[in-house]
Write a new protein. Sequence first.
Length: 241
Amino acid sequence: MRIAIHPDAAAVGEHAARILASTVERTPDAVLGFATGSSPMATYEALARHRRDGLAFDRVRGFALDEYVGLPAEHPESYRSVIDREVVQRLGLTPGNIRVPDGAAQDLEAACRAYEDAIRASGGVDVQLLGIGANGHIGFNEPTSSFASRTRVKTLSPRTREDNSRFFGGDVARVPMHCLTQGIGTILDARALVLVATGTAKAAAVAQMIEGPLGAFCPATALQLHANATVIIDEDAASEL
Ligand code: GLP
C-alpha cells in the first residue's frame, strides 16, 4: 500500500486525478471505477481540468460502486443521478459507457448478477476510485462484510444513514434502508485501487485501514491485500497515524 499525505483536499484530488488521467492517456477506452460521496468530488474537479487541457474521456468505460435501493433513477440523490451530474457530464463521458447498479430493479439479485457479468465482460476495472466511510466501509460494504463478497443487496448501518442524511435534507428517515454494492471481492479484482480521504472525521478509519489488523470490522483493511493500492489523504485524515 502506498500512502501519500497532502496539505489539503485540493491536492488530494489533483494527485488522484493524475493517476486516473495517465491511465486514460495510455488507454483511451480504460475501464474506471467511480465512487460517490463528497470525498471524490475534488478528484472529479481536477479531472475536468485535464479535460479542458485536451484529454478526451469519450471512450472511457466505467462502473459505479453502489446505488441505493428504492430511489427512482431520476431522484437527485440516486447514485445514477450523482454519477451523471458529477462525472458523466463534467468529463464528457459517453452516457451508455457508464453503468450504475440498478437499485430500482424488480429482481435485485438478478441486477447484481448482471452487474458482475458486465464488469467481467468489460475485461475488468483498470483503476477503482474509492472513498472510505467513517466506520471503515468501502462502497457500501459495511463492517462485517466478507472480503470475498460480490455485488449484492446490503442493509445500510445506522451510522451510514446518519452520515448520508445530509444529502436528504438532514432527515435520516428519507435515507433508504438498503443498497446494492460491489462486494469487497469485486473491488479487490480491480487492477489498481486509489482511495481518497480528507478531514478529521475519517482519521480513525484511515488509521485502522493502514495500521489495524486485517478484519471485517473495518472493510477498508482489505486494501492491505491488494498489490497496487494507493491511499491519498490530507493531513487531517492522517492525524491518527
Ligand atoms: C458513501 C458511499 C461510499 C463513500 C463513503 C464516504 O456512503 N457509498 O462510496 O466512500 O460513503 O462518503 P463521503 O466521501 O461523503 O464521506
